[in-house]
Design a protein around this ligand. Structure first.
Ligand code: ZN
Ligand code: ZN
Length: 529
């Protein structure tokens, strides 16, 4: 699916938001591990379940009117189903070579670690990543590493405290980073003026490097592009497959080492709130209580913005606004639903199946398909309600509505296109779908999708031969930003998709992914021949 879940998990204002920071010796590679270890030690008291936090409080970002006008591109898309938040400690791994080159001093530094915070509004790895970036920038103009660390910690804390949700935090943090980079090296005495280097945002956040590393640059002798079918296409696609590292970084499910049917994610940072009856609404960020059956205890409406955040030029500067209603960031939602909802897919990593190796008939190749899923909210979170598979000619080979295991509480029709009527006569279950897909695919089948990890989580299918258009066409700011499928189609293929007021269609999106990938291969063949 492309970005269907409305707004990323907007988390409520923290009831205890003071940042606990422990100074720990750590290198970049182990910072995540260390932070989770430290998290155990941090003994942060968790905010008890309370009536929904006043997420509607209007917040104005001082930064928004004074920042340079190069925020996330219009229509930029934060991670799909943001609770997946693949943000990825591993992103740093990708970027390390560049970073080492322009900031060697951080390597040998006693670096502060943000302790893991269970149920926090912003995953610790994300905060840690920005803190590291802030330190790197501060080192360029502060007189001592201690000063740089203190300034960076302060900036990170301000960003965290002012942000009611992860999405907003990401915006604020990116702006802070820009501010730090643009800081004239003079406000405090003792500055090293010559040490500041110009580094592009893409370089810092890994966008460019991600572009380069998302597929191999070595090309075998090219078959003529017009012959790109079947085995020839399959061979070419292998150059664009996600590496294991990228699969991990982007939150793809892997088999649990011990539990049959279990899956693990290498990006999981969020933990459930301590109180097992407490949920955090992934649309509006409110905390709410559920019964053991998953139903809401209290009847509370959910006020949320279904649009994404975008920086718009306004009189006197720039302002971050929701695309749905142009209201300012943090304002009360323009849409009302009858209840709060949760994603829940990352907390329920059971019931997974894995594609398996198959013998191939002579002359056959393992197959090329694009896939897209639609999901609706049930008492247990987002569950699969439609799946579409298209072949390399973008022809639909499998398309079915799916009856979720649990009671639907919100069809999410704006994003899923699925309505109550669609499911009335449907008896197909997730298990049925898994059986079909396992017979259709082998472990070597190339599966194409836009942020396919989200679809695989809904399908509960583990598969690692993947071409992901969100990686193939990265956002210029790198993760956590992703470009929307709709914008990619408009930019590269001049086609308008997802324009249907009744919601998106998984068949449209699956074909769009297939077209984009084939377009990309043809383009690369033109320039690299
Ligand atoms: Zn709105
Ligand atoms: Zn809500």
């Amino acid at each position: 699916m492309s970005f269907r879940s409305p707004r990323p998990a907007a988390r409520p204002l923290p009831l205890c938001s003071q940042m606990l920071v422990l100074l720990t010796l750590s290198d970049r590679g182990c910072s995540v591990l260390c932070s989770s270890v430290m998290g155990v030690l941090s003994a942060r008291s968790h905010a008890p379940c309370t009536p929904p936090a006043p997420t509607g409080a209007r917040r104005t970002l001082a930064a928004s009117s004074s920042q340079p006008p190069n925020g996330p591109e219009p229509g930029s898309q934060p991670l799909k189903a943001r609770t997946l938040s693949g943000m990825a400690s591993k992103t740093t791994t990708t970027v390390t070579p560049k970073r080492v080159a322009h900031s060697p001093s951080l390597q040998s530094l006693k670096k502060p670690i943000i302790p893991k915070e269970f149920g926090g509004k912003v995953p610790t790895v994300i905060r840690q990543r920005y803190l590291n970036l802030f330190i790197e920038e501060c080192l360029k103009f502060c007189s001592s590493s201690q000063e740089a660390i203190e300034k960076a910690l302060n900036e990170e804390k301000v960003a965290y405290d002012r942000s009611p949700s992860k999405n907003i935090y990401l915006n604020v943090a990116v702006n802070t980073l820009k501010k730090l980079r643009g800081l004239a090296p003079s406000p405090t005495p003792g500055l090293k003026t010559g040490s500041r280097r110009v580094v592009s945002h893409e370089m810092v956040l890994g966008g460019k490097l991600a572009t380069k590393t998302s597929f191999s640059l070595s090309r075998p002798s090219s078959p003529r592009v017009e012959d790109l079918k079947g085995a020839a296409l399959y061979g070419r696609l292998k150059e664009y497959l996600l590496t294991e590292e990228q699969l991990k970084e982007h939150g793809y499910p892997f088999p649990h080492p011990e539990r049959p049917g279990g899956a693990v994610l290498f990006t999981a940072e969020d933990k459930k709130p301590k109180d097992s009856a407490c949920r955090i609404c992934c649309r509006c960020g409110a905390e709410y209580l559920v019964s053991p059956s998953g139903r809401c205890v209290r009847a509370e409406e959910c006020h949320y913005h279904w649009g994404r955040l975008r920086r718009n030029r306004v009189a006197g500067g720039w302002e971050t606004q929701y695309t749905c209603c142009s209201a300012a960031i943090g304002s009360t939602g323009c849409q009302v639903a009858k209840q709060h909802v949760q994603d829940g897919r990352k907390e329920n990593l059971e019931g997974f199946v894995k594609t398996f190796d198959k013998e191939l008939a002579e002359d056959a190749h393992p197959g090329i398909y694009a896939l897209d899923c639609e999901m609706s909210y049930t008492t247990r979170g987002l569950e699969l309600t439609r799946v579409t598979v298209v072949d390399a000619d973008a022809q639909v080979v499998y398309d079915t509505f799916v009856r979720p295991d649990n009671e639907v509480v919100d069809y999410n029709t704006r994003f899923s296109g699925v309505t109550e009527a669609d499911l009335v006569d449907t008896s197909i279950s997730l298990r049925d779908v898994q059986a079909v897909l396992l017979s259709m695919f082998s472990a070597d089948t190339v599966l194409i999708g836009h942020s396919l990890e989200s679809d695989l989580l809904a399908l509960k299918v583990i598969h690692s031969t993947v071409v992901d258009t969100s990686v193939l066409f990265p956002h210029r700011l790198g993760l956590p930003y992703k470009r929307s499928l709709r914008n990619l189609m408009a930019d590269y293929l001049r086609q308008i998709i997802q324009d249907n007021v009744d919601g998106h269609s998984s068949s449209e999106d699956a074909s769009a992914c297939m077209h984009l990938v084939i377009w990309k291969i043809r383009e690369d063949a033109k320039t690299k021949r």
